[in-house]
Design a protein around this ligand. Structure first.
Ligand code: BTN
Length: 322
């Protein structure tokens, strides 16, 4: 057992250096060094002469050990990597996936220097957000992947609600919004053959502790964080753990029996269905109408003014409420 786990199991009691050394199978000097190292990483560990050490607080950083503590999943988050800074966690997860890291592996970062958004856009990562990517290997054809990001948005909306009481709506295809402003974005990237997706990376960006002024001017009023909504700091790791639990449940069930009822559950949280929207395709052609539902592939079904019914996939250039 590691020193940190031994301190956690000791919960409210002081543990002597000797006890910790025995539990961790290391020397007392090594225990002392490990404690110093943990303190540097943000753990609050009290030391009392003749009594020993006690864990008083843990950092709200998605370190693998923090994700694992109390994690209620079998697959997702069981293997994890934390990076202070990286170009893009989607890129890192893609490499890990290609190297054979298992499904459910996650990569989280404090900062990204080249964060990616949908449709080739850049994704800014002002400090205080939760940025991570997951390795998945869905046994689905490429054409069947549409629902995956919708399921991720549903899982995240539920996790945010259970941890904070804020219930974000899902703006099709997979943004989370509160009061019309963007709280989260999801980017899925796939490699595979037509009949089988080999590796799908699902990247999630959630605005948690940023202040309004932390966002670039172009995003002010368009982006929002949980802290801005609640007026207090919000812990990120419990939201991440809750998300992994929700996502795993939906993902594994979806692999067994399809995603149809989950699309229905996402529709209940939709900020889009029932609204008038204008969607612009890659070629520039716009279509306007009332969003009536999502079909089983996750496509948005629109009824135009002349009564036509059209289903649109997630790769639209521009989305606007009208
Ligand atoms: C969007 O709304 O355009 C999707 C944004 C997805 C951002 C996340 S942050 C973690 C992961 N790494 C990336 O480079 N992008 C995703």
């Amino acid at each position: 057992m590691d020193v940190l786990e031994a301190l956690r199991t000791g919960s409210n009691q002081y543990m002597s250096g000797e006890e910790l050394a025995r539990a961790a199978g290391m020397s007392r000097a090594a225990v002392w060094k490990r404690i110093e190292d943990l303190r540097e990483r943000g753990y609050i560990i009290d030391a009392r002469p003749h009594q020993g050490y006690r864990l008083l607080g843990v950092p709200d950083v998605p370190y693998p050990q923090e994700i694992l503590a109390g994690l209620q999943t079998k697959v997702f988050g069981r293997k994890a990597l934390f990076l202070r800074e990286t170009a893009s966690t989607n890129e890192d997860a893609k490499k890990l996936g290609a190297e054979g890291w298992p499904e459910g592996t996650i990569v989280a970062a404090e900062n990204q220097t080249a964060g990616r958004g949908r449709l080739g856009r850049a994704w800014m990562t002002p400090p205080g957000g939760l940025w991570f990517s997951m390795v998945t290997r869905p046994a689905l054809p490429l054409s069947g992947l549409g629902p995956l990001t919708i399921v991720a948005a549903l899982a995240l909306s539920r996790a945010v609600e259970s941890e904070t009481g804020v219930a974000p709506a899902i703006k099709w295809p997979n943004d989370l919004v509160v009061g019309g402003a963007k709280l989260s974005g999801i980017l899925a990237e796939t490699s595979g053959e037509l009949d089988r997706a080999v590796l799908t990376i699902i990247g999630v960006g959630l605005n948690v502790n940023q202040e309004a002024g932390d966002f670039p001017p172009a995003l002010r009023g368009k982006a929002v964080s949980l802290r801005m909504i609640l007026g207090r700091e919000v812990r990120r790791v419990p939201i991440l753990r809750a998300f992994l639990r929700e996502f795993e449940e939906l993902y594994l069930a979806g692999m067994r029996r399809g995603f149809e009822d989950m699309i229905g559950q996402a529709a209940v949280r939709s900020a889009t269905i029932g609204r008038r929207v204008r969607l612009t395709g890659a070629g520039g052609a716009a279509i306007e109408g009332r969003a009536v539902r999502m079909d089983s592939d996750g496509a948005l079904v629109i009824e135009t003014a002349d009564g036509q019914i059209r289903a649109l996939s997630g790769d639209v250039e521009e989305f606007a409420y009208v």
